[in-house]
Write a protein that binds this ligand. Structure first.
Ligand SMILES: Cc1cc2nc3c(=O)[nH]c(=O)nc-3n(C[C@H](O)[C@H](O)[C@H](O)COP(=O)(O)OP(=O)(O)OC[C@H]3O[C@@H](n4cnc5c(N)ncnc54)[C@H](O)[C@@H]3O)c2cc1C
Length: 817
């Protein structure tokens, strides 16, 4: 291999004489803010043999030209805690390393210019208190006092967050690098990683122009190069670059370093002070992907050409918000490349394709703000062998193979960049790169008025509405689709409804040890008779949910595992990792099976019309192969929404026939197609928990009230010890189902819940119950002492919806059972 020039990082008291290593415990690829933060945190956790390789010089990728805004408020508790940790770190790092980070706590003013944005701001403000972030709701006048250059006459309100600020990305990175070196990490510049060594399915080394390094772990912190670098290891890192802009102005009178950061998301723009002038940048709704043919090798401290046409929408809004720009000279229009992911969240974790290969990349223009937290969590994940908190929204396993498609990524990036300041409407559906994954019933359902949402690339009916109504607008109030959803609920509760749930992930576990593998992984007893279907948790060592799923025992040595649409990669990875030396294999068979759920009191009557088999003789949890029309299908007596119902597992090629047969026979009973919004409301009514909402790595069956699905006496399983302990001591949070008093209150999820006036959690799921004529929600009630069922039921609850508190009553049992 040809040697490439190598520079030892000599910037800050570095030992220039160190030899290029041949072995390391961890090799970090990429010397941007994220790679340096991972190195810093690994040495903080006591790991010494760390090597960081940077193909150019530290910061020379995207980091050096970031604007450096650092805010605290994120969509949820964990992510907010993560950015708050970053601020703490950036504020204290200089003391430790002697190198300033440029951290300045100047606060931030976040303004609303429309009534809808005001509601969004109020919702954020309500969460701030719950997440422990100091924030103040202020008037436009007060906002104008804090940020005098701003036009305020058209504003509707603002939030002031005094703890926010800005950092100098280059200084911060160098300070983290110095902290890492002081802890023993070695940093090499001018070294490009060109490939990887793999031994027995685990990464075992990196190849570079300067020689190979054997290692136990690799961390891909290669920023916008991370997708290509991942590909060299067979790892899918779905991100794509886009051009990203800001202007830098000459000095403006009155602009001092104390000027807060200002965000005007309705104008898609932000501002901060820099050398007495302003940096103004933003997130245009229609972005410009870059690097279609790959990113040039020598892209070191480089910018992209100015593009005033692309920047024009931001500039227009900025001239409106800050008229002083009319007469201020612009020093530079900076165009930098940054990477964006399909959902706007960054990517962390161990790759499902290759053990020991970690990724921390795709920071969607928030890498400076999040590097501290992401570096720490990645280091904890590597050292601890598992994430220390629930990182599902950031987890690399939320993606699947199709996300690697470059056209998909480029099209999605056009939309993803703008998500930063877009109105995050409840149940917002992205529109780009769709439709992609479709059930064989898609066209039939579309013709019947299905309005589709997208999950894991699957098109799924959310609800059915007449085509002539056109697109129904988003909003925070009771939605226009509610009447249709209520009709679908009525069919499922009083008659019969058909749900296409084909997007369920389906995994086939096969081999003589299949049952033993499941017994070790599952909390429920899986060693059941052939034909039985079992609902179970798979837990981590802390007793938290890695997933919840149902498994059908098809034969003594064969199980069909049915799990959430979004969990295909995650669950496959978890199970495959734990097969170990056991005699079993697992395969994704999602595409083989269409799932139609026939739900409601008339479900069995309908099925009897289309099948000669004894449907009524099924016990709960039983499955059997039956005739249906001309096809053979597997019918399972199972209902996620509560009440009677049968799930049908249909060979994909027979799906159209089976559906047509059901729909034709169902006409007599008023059978109705129904969608996921109805499922959501009905399952909340029935008290069914969902992974990603009520269940996740930080929730246990004790906390979730699902101990009845745990069989302690079946023998050992992962998480058993932790659960036994928690069962004895009592949980610090417990699931509650609350019904709101006011029929007009409409929670969407995420709203703070107060018990006797004090915040105890957020709404994890919300549904509008046709049965009650009111909304019902699930939440966790947290406490500093063990939280008992009695404590939950004794509370006086309120839900803060955009600043208005609505009374809610804890339910002793699900409202539908
Ligand atoms: C205009 C603009 C404004 C921004 N403003 C903000 C802001 O206000 N706040 C904020 O939080 N974020 C902001 N960002 C985003 C922020 O800059 C990035 O999210 C962050 O810098 C990403 O850091 P990173 O370490 O992941 O990537 P990078 O800094 O790009 O580091 C990756 C490194 O990996 C190296 N590398 C790649 N491949 C290899 C290889 N094979 N071998 C060795 N080395 C390799 C590269 O040379 C590069 O140095 C902004 C971005 C832009 C473009």
């Amino acid at each position: 291999m040809a040697a490439t020039p190598m520079r030892f990082s000599g910037g800050h008291g570095m030992d220039m004489a160190q030899a290029f290593p041949t072995q390391a415990r961890v090799v970090i690829v990429g010397g941007g803010v994220v790679g340096c933060s991972v190195a810093y945190h690994l040495v903080k956790l006591g790991w010494r043999d760390i090597v960081l390789l940077e193909q150019g010089r530290l910061t020379s990728g995207t980091t050096w030209h970031a604007a450096g805004l650092v805010g605290q408020m994120r969509p949820n508790r964990t992510m907010t805690a993560m950015s708050r940790y970053g601020i703490e770190l950036y504020a204290g790092l200089e003391k430790e390393t002697g190198l300033a980070t440029g951290w300045k706590q100047c606060g931030s003013v976040n303004v609303a210019a429309t009534p809808e944005r005001l509601v969004a701001l109020k919702r954020t403000f309500a969460n701030a208190a719950s997440f422990g972030v100091e924030a103040e709701f202020i008037t436009p006048r007060e906002a104008g006092k804090l940020w005098p250059l701003m036009r305020t006459d058209d504003l509707t309100g603002a939030v002031w967050i005094p703890g926010d600020g800005k950092a100098n990305p280059t200084d911060l990175t160098q300070s983290l690098a110095k902290g890492a070196r002081s802890g023993g990490a070695r940093i090499f510049e001018g070294v490009k990683v060109t490939g990887f060594a793999v031994t027995k399915g685990r990464v075992s080394g990196v190849e570079t122009g300067s020689g190979a390094i054997a290692c136990d772990y690799v961390v891909n912190c290669a920023g916008q190069w991370a997708r290509e670098l991942g590909r060299r290891a067979g790892v899918n890192v779905p991100l794509f670059s886009a051009e990203h802009f800001y202007i830098v102005t000459k000095k403006i009178p009155g602009v001092t370093p104390d000027l807060p950061v200002m965000r005007d998301p309705d104008g898609f723009i932000y501002y901060k002070e820099e050398v007495g002038g302003l940096v103004m940048g933003g997130f245009e709704p229609v972005a410009k992907p870059w690097g279609m043919d790959g990113i040039p090798d020598d892209f070191e401290f480089q910018l992209l050409p100015e593009d005033w046409d692309q920047f024009e929408p931001l500039m227009r809004n900025a001239l409106h918000r800050t008229p002083v720009l009319e007469t201020t000279e612009v020093r530079q229009l900076l165009n930098g490349a940054e990477s964006f992911t399909p959902d706007g969240n960054f990517i962390l974790g161990e790759a499902p394709e290759l053990a020991g290969f970690f990724v921390a990349a795709g920071f969607n223009s928030a890498g400076i703000a999040n590097a501290g937290g992401a570096g720490r969590l990645t280091a904890e994940w590597i050292v601890g062998g598992a994430p220390s908190v629930d990182l599902w929204e950031l987890d690399i396993r939320r993606f699947a193979g199709f996300h690697a498609n470059r056209r998909f990524l480029a099209e999605r990036t056009v939309e993803a960049l703008g998500l930063h300041y877009a109105m995050r409407w409840p149940r917002l559906e992205l529109v780009s790169a769709r439709p992609l994954r479709r059930s064989p019933l898609y066209d039939r359902l579309a013709a019947k008025g299905a309005r589709f949402g997208s999950k894991m690339g699957w098109e799924r009916p959310n609800y059915f509405a007449p085509a002539e109504l056109g697109a129904l607008a988003y909003g925070f109030e009771k939605p226009a689709w509610l009447p249709f959803c209520l009709e679908e609920q009525r069919a499922a509760r009083d008659g019969v409804a058909l749900f296409d749930q084909t997007s369920f992930a389906k995994l086939l576990l096969k081999g003589r040890d299949a049952a033993a593998v499941l017994q070790r992984l599952c909390a429920n007893d899986m060693d059941v008779a052939t034909g039985r279907m079992v609902y179970t948790a798979m837990l981590n060592a802390r007793g938290g949910y890695e997933t919840d799923l149902t498994a059908i025992r098809l034969a003594a040595d064969e199980f069909l595992i049915v799990t959430g649409t979004a969990q295909a990669t995650r669950d496959m990875d978890w199970i495959a990792r734990h097969i170990g030396d056991a005699f079993a294999t697992i395969a994704d068979v999602t595409s083989s099976w269409v799932v139609v759920s026939v739900m409601g009191p008339l479900a069995l009557t309908l099925l009897r019309r289309v099948s000669p088999d004894d449907i009524g003789g099924f016990a709960a949890g039983e499955t059997r192969e039956i005739d249906l029309g001309l096809a053979r299908v597997r019918a399972a007596r199972m209902s996620y929404i509560g009440g009677p119902g049968i799930e049908l597992y249909i060979p994909s090629e027979c799906a159209a026939h089976v559906y047509d047969t059901l729909a034709a026979a169902g006409a007599e009973f008023g059978a109705r197609d129904a969608g996921y919004y109805a499922i959501d409301a009905l399952r909340v009514e029935a008290g069914r928990r969902a992974f990603g909402a009520e269940l996740g790595p930080d929730e246990t069956p004790v906390e979730a009230g699902l101990l009845y699905t745990v069989k302690f006496d079946k023998g050992d399983f992962i998480g058993r010890d932790a659960l036994m302990k928690q069962r004895a001591t009592g949980p610090r949070k417990r699931l509650a189902i609350l019904a709101l008093d006011d029929p007009d209150a409409f929670p969407w999820g995420g709203e703070p819940v107060l018990r006797d006036g004090a915040p105890v959690g957020e709404v994890t799921s919300a549904g509008y119950s046709r049965g009650l004529g009111r909304a019902i929600v699930m939440t966790y009630v947290r406490g500093t002492e063990p939280v008992t069922r009695e404590h939950v039921l004794a509370g006086r609850y309120e839900i803060d919806i955009a600043g208005t508190r609505f009374a809610a009553v804890a339910q002793a049992k699900p409202v539908f059972s």
